[in-house]
Design a protein around this ligand. Sequence first.
Ligand SMILES: C[S@@+](CC[C@H](N)C(=O)[O-])C[C@H]1O[C@@H](n2cnc3c(N)ncnc32)[C@H](O)[C@@H]1O
Length: 267
Amino acid sequence: MTTTEQYSGGYSPLIIDQFKQRTFAKQGAFLQPYLTAGLTVLDCGCGPGSMTLDIAELVSPGAVFGIDYSSIQIEQALLLQQQRAITNASFTTGSAYQLPFADEQFDVVFSHAVLYHLQQPEQVLAEFRRVLKSGGLVALRDACHTGDMMMPWHTDLAAAWDTINKVFCHQGGNIYFGFQHKQLLLEQGFEDITVSCSYDTFASDAEKDSIRSYWQQFLNVDHRPLILAQQWLTASELDQQCAALDHWCANPASFFARARCEAIARK
Ligand SMILES: C[S@@+](CC[C@H](N)C(=O)[O-])C[C@H]1O[C@@H](n2cnc3c(N)ncnc32)[C@H](O)[C@@H]1O
């Protein structure tokens, strides 16, 4: 496998719409007690900005900066900002590896569901450390497939997850990354590390349908050419794995609980 980093999440309207449903109250709950009015916060890999704007409301009159590699995401974030009439948020395109911010600019750096897509997360943590004030906090939340529950389990679902893993590895990411937070933060010199875990759950018909569409878009649309070109699967094997997601979704008793590792640490 090659290991050239390329974000595997894609920017289809379907996937962006799902990210827009994320709220800081839910996905950022582990950090919420630390956010107070007046803080300056960076949301790195902010996507379409729904959580960035929630943070802006919490820290007002402080400021939040959202940065993302993708201009598609930043355009969505700016639209959402207009709709919500929030003035203490700024959005810009840029790379997590070379943040366009001064040393010691932020009280808090938040990065949700980003580092597990990256080939060199340790370099990004060093960059987070650079832009954090002394005593500032970094807060991370990432997938860790070890803890996932997609129930009832089936060998075809296991095969689909194996394919998802192959795509992530090929693009430079790691679906098992979350458990590495503490080790990497220690290596970068962070202190007072708090680790927690939580789940994003998909149990109602609408939630299950959304996550089924998400992974089918990932496997059958965004990465189908790669999967076939790499000969990881034949077309009929890939179809079978996508059908397994349909069967899982149609089962009234099924649910998916996606494990997320969380860490907060001080510079
Ligand atoms: C899974 S999405 C998460 C978006 C948002 N944080 C959320 O949870 O809804 C990951 C985001 O990270 C961005 N990203 C990936 N690699 C990046 C990099 N090297 N620098 C900045 N952003 C990056 C992608 O463009 C994408 O919007």
